[in-house]
Design a protein around this ligand. Structure first.
Ligand SMILES: [Zn+2]
Length: 453
């Protein structure tokens, strides 16, 4: 009874606390450091990021989507869709039906983005809420006739500090309040391409700068009184792998350039044949043992990369570390875009705030699972998507989740209780079956009864 009263009381207290926090709408800041490979966390030092994780959650690997490029994966994070479903299937695209071209520097035509609805649009359609963005791909485009209320036109020249200042200002002083915000930074992707991820010295310097940015972000949020009530997700779009200079696949040695239009080059080349598709395919098929060549209809189902007009009739997928070139192109020392099952292509995810557990580590989620999780945190109804909220339940304080060690603990605990109860019952039964001295005495008295009578 006492226990019941305590449980009831604690339930009431939790309920009251819940109600008071729900009077403020939940807020979420989504941060991406482009090209932050998952194992950088193990191989380099991140004191500020580790503090953030210690008080929040860490997902060690995020299974991203194919092709493992920047625009496609950033759009999957905010829509929960595979590339074939959201339509941003590469950083360079061509639509054979509309005859339009898209590139990451010429991306303002909304028709490329309108196959999906990103979370900042959905958030803004809610009463009394607005969204803000410091340069997430697509946030300066009028998608479904909507941009975030506050946004910056993309320019790589704008410093991290300026982006951070804008975001924190918008999160502090806007009406209706900004409840969803994004912050994007080009590193460590740019340096990963330039030096390659195995250049420890240069990468250590760049990754220290990123950790300092994270330190500044947390400091600023604390100074402005935003830290306690804000949910912050820090993640990325893809990893990076080393590309040795001699691992080149030169298409010009296999096929005359006049036979096809090259839409995208490496490590996934998108080929639009000009005349005979089979002829082009056969020439490319035997071009290199370090590259897979697929007709669109034969692209493996696990890539979820087939059902869209913007995916070209032939795609070439280089093996990890190999670079597809034309005679004239100069290769990079690091690259991404490869098969999304490669661990080197995976980013990580860390999160902190009232919606998240503290000090919890999780092995992996899919990049498309981030969207339903964000919708849940913000109380938004998600659009149909390829993600699953269930895969992120263990990260969230308001969800019941059971992981393997806990499950084993519960089973062992239950077995222990059952065994103890069984033993107690056996002992009790044993005691009851032993004749009691008083019972014998009683029997004797009974025996005496007739004499007394
Ligand atoms: Zn990227």
């Amino acid at each position: 009874m006492k226990l019941f009263a305590i449980l009831l009381l604690s339930g009431l207290i939790t309920g009251c606390r819940g109600n008071s926090s729900y009077s403020l709408p939940p807020k979420l800041l989504l941060v991406s450091f482009d090209g932050f490979r998952a194992d950088y966390l193990q191989n380099y030092e991140f004191p500020h990021l580790q503090n953030f994780i210690q008080d929040g959650v860490l997902v060690e690997h995020v299974n991203n989507v194919f092709i493992t490029k920047t625009f496609p994966n950033h759009y999957s994070i905010v829509t929960g869709l595979y590339e074939e479903n959201h339509g941003i299937v590469a950083n360079s695209m061509y639509d054979a039906i509309t005859k339009k071209h898209f590139s990451d520097i010429e991306d303002k035509d909304p028709s490329w983005w309108n196959e999906a609805v990103p979370i900042w649009v959905t958030n803004q359609l809610q009463e009394n809420r607005s969204s803000a963005a410091a340069m997430w791909p697509g946030t300066d485009v009028s998608i479904h006739n909507t941009t975030p209320s506050y946004f910056m036109n993309y320019s790589s020249l704008v410093s991290f500090e300026e982006r951070l200042n804008n975001i924190t200002t918008w999160l502090s002083n806007s009406n209706p309040p900004v409840t969803f915000a994004t912050l994007y930074w080009e590193e460590p992707d740019a340096s990963g391409h330039k030096y390659g991820p195995e250049d420890k010295e240069n990468m250590r310097r760049v990754l220290k700068e990123i950790d300092d940015h994270i330190g500044n972000l947390v400091y600023k949020l604390k100074m402005l009184g935003l830290w306690e009530n804000l949910n912050v997700i820090i993640t990325s779009d893809h990893g990076m792998t080393q590309c040795p200079k001699d691992r080149l696949i030169n298409l010009d040695l296999c096929i005359d350039h006049s036979h096809y239009t090259l839409i995208d080059l490496t490590p996934v080349a998108a080929i639009l044949p000009k005349l005979n598709k089979t002829d082009v395919y056969n020439k490319l098929k035997t071009c290199s043992p370090h590259m897979s060549v697929y007709l669109k209809e034969d692209i493996p189902a696990r890539f979820h990369y087939q059902h869209n007009n913007r995916i070209q009739p032939i795609i070439l997928v280089a093996d990890e570390g190999w670079t597809i070139v034309l005679n004239k192109s100069s290769p990079k020392l690091g690259d991404h875009g490869y098969d999304n099952s490669l661990p080197s292509m995976h980013p990580f995810l860390a999160a902190h705030g009232p919606a998240f557990h503290k000090g919890y580590k999780h092995s992996s989620i899919n990049i498309v699972d981030i969207y339903p999780m964000m919708c849940h945190i913000l109380g938004l109804k998600p659009h149909p998507n390829n993600g699953t909220l269930g895969r992120t339940k263990c990260l969230l304080v308001d969800q019941w989740c059971i992981n393997l060690p806990e499950a084993i603990g519960i089973v062992i605990g239950a077995l222990f209780i059952l065994t103890t109860l069984t033993c107690l019952i056996i002992i009790m039964q044993h005691r009851l079956s032993v004749p009691h001295p008083f019972a014998r005495l009683q029997l004797q008295e009974d025996d005496d009864d007739p004499l007394i009578g």
